[in-house]
Design a protein around this ligand. Structure first.
Ligand code: NAD
Length: 438
């Protein structure tokens, strides 16, 4: 359990080269797309998708790219219109491999129960993060292999449940592959290996930027395409449709989006979680209540035990500002920018950019190869720790307090309604005010 994880800096240094070897995927270890596999119906792997939005639909395409003997057989989403648009898109793009009949299109908030009970081998989880713990548990309990989008929860009890589910999956030989896609990017793997192998000396400082513009907002009503009748959404439907802006659903954008950067800091620290965190944050531009209760910027400092290395992480979602998504690493003998693929050291300035194939395809190549070869992959530890890092950062900013990891891990605070199935008029928490309880 992470609460017992005492990061050990000496061990961390002495094992870093070894960990780099096993912790990075390296181009020679990237499996080729799985074509055929005897090509018989018996060997066909059946895919079910829970969460038929942008990422879920994309993940199905990545999965089918990765393994040619697959078929999409079930779709589940809270809303029928999302299933319909996903089905339309997939049936067009995968005419021979989209085999979802009406009986295998499940809607409603409990749609995941029907999907995992159906005859699927692999479940893709791409709903808002609030639902991840319950849906991962259901998929693992039903014996399925899982592709699990990030983040994996919005509160500590949820992530603890994810860790339990991942343990169970490992014990049962089921794969759980995380949607923290940079872990499967060849260029990023190359850069992480170079840094861990000492090309910039010892790491002294990590700075993570995810400074970006605004994201979608889906309004407050649905218009019937035929009758043009407008149906105003209930408070719950409004929140579910605009889940990014409600911290009980998304975890806030430090978890929903900036987790990709935070995860690279964790990776550089050999997947040892920090011991403490303090942060600032707020909402300067998202002042209208249509933006729910999330912040629009966070600055976070993560500290490790027996180490003066800190990770400083910044995220902002505002229009018209300086944008940069980059990892700036300072070492004793040089500097690195991971996404740019750049290292500057005593030998000069080098660019190590390698970007093909798409990391989104590669993660599914690993997943399907692991199933075919009976060598399960389990990304449970890092996907849980990086989610927890994002959540401790959020809570440190919301409260204005410095929070110790071991205290945070004991948190029993659960976000969201007590009974999701009877919460049509749910009123979300107020925007958090630093210096006050949250
Ligand atoms: N790895 C990446 O690069 C990446 C990129 C984008 C999104 N994501 C992640 O993927 C997930 C989905 O994001 P998205 O952009 O596809 O959002 P989206 O809103 O387009 O899709 C989410 C879908 O889930 C449905 N849904 C909501 N509650 C549900 C429930 N209880 N059961 C079933 N369906 C439910 C929604 O109706 C919607 O269709 C998020 O966790 C997000 O952080 C990852």
């Amino acid at each position: 359990m992470p609460s017992n994880s005492k990061p050990d800096r000496r061990k961390f240094i002495s094992t870093s080269a070894k960990v780099a070897a096993v912790g990075t995927i390296g181009s020679s270890m990237i499996p080729k797309p799985v074509f055929g596999y005897h090509n018989s119906d018996n060997d066909k792997l059946k895919i079910g998708l829970i969460g038929c939005g942008g990422r879920g639909t994309g993940a199905v395409l990545n999965a089918t790219n990765a393994d040619s003997n697959t078929s999409v057989v079930a779709l589940a989403d809270a809303f029928p219109d999302r299933i319909e648009s996903c089905a339309k898109s997939l049936s067009k793009q995968l005419p021979d491999r989209f085999n979802v009949d009406k009986d295998h299109m499940f809607d409603g908030l409990d749609c995941y129960k029907n999907l995992v009970a159906s005859d699927v081998d692999v479940v893709i989880l791409a709903t808002p993060p609030y639902f991840r713990p319950m849906q991962l548990k259901a998929a693992v309990d039903a014996g399925k292999h899982v592709f699990c989008e990030k983040p994996v929860g919005v509160d500590v009890p949820g992530v603890r449940s994810v860790m339990e589910s991942c343990k169970k999956a490992a014990a049962n030989g089921q794969s759980v592959v995380s949607g923290l896609c940079w872990r499967y990017d060849l260029g990023v793997n190359d850069m992480i290996s170079r840094i861990k192998n000492g090309e910039i000396g010892e790491i002294r400082s990590i700075q993570e930027n995810y400074l970006t513009g605004t994201l979608w907002h889906r309004g407050d009503s649905t218009t019937d395409p035929v009758t043009k009748e407008v149906r105003k959404w209930s408070p719950m439907e409004y929140q579910l449709r605009n889940w990014l802006y409600f911290n009980w659903l998304s975890g806030d954008h430090i978890a929903e989006q900036h987790i990709h950067s935070i995860d690279k800091a964790l990776w550089l620290m050999d997947d040892i979680p920090p011991v403490s965190c303090y942060a600032t944050g707020g909402r300067l531009v998202r002042t209208n209540e249509k933006w729910g209760n999330v912040y629009d910027h966070f600055s976070t400092v993560f500290e490790w035990e027996d180490s003066d290395i800190k990770a400083h992480t910044y995220c902002r979602q505002m229009a018209g500002c300086f944008n940069e998504t980059e990892d700036h690493i300072v070492g004793t003998k040089g500097t690195a920018k991971i996404l740019k693929g750049q290292i500057i050291n005593e030998k000069g300035k080098f660019s190590h950019k390698k970007r093909n194939p798409s990391m989104y395809d590669v993660e599914h190549q690993h997943l399907f190869r692991s199933i075919r070869e009976g060598k399960p992959i389990n990304n449970g530890t890092y996907m849980s720790y990086s989610t927890l890092m994002a959540l401790i950062g959020r809570d440190a900013a919301y409260t204005g307090k410095k929070i110790k990891w071991e205290d945070f891990m004991k948190s029993e605070k659960r976000l969201g309604p007590d009974d999701i199935y009877n919460a049509e008029n749910y009123v979300p928490d107020k925007v958090a005010r630093p210096g006050s309880e949250w």
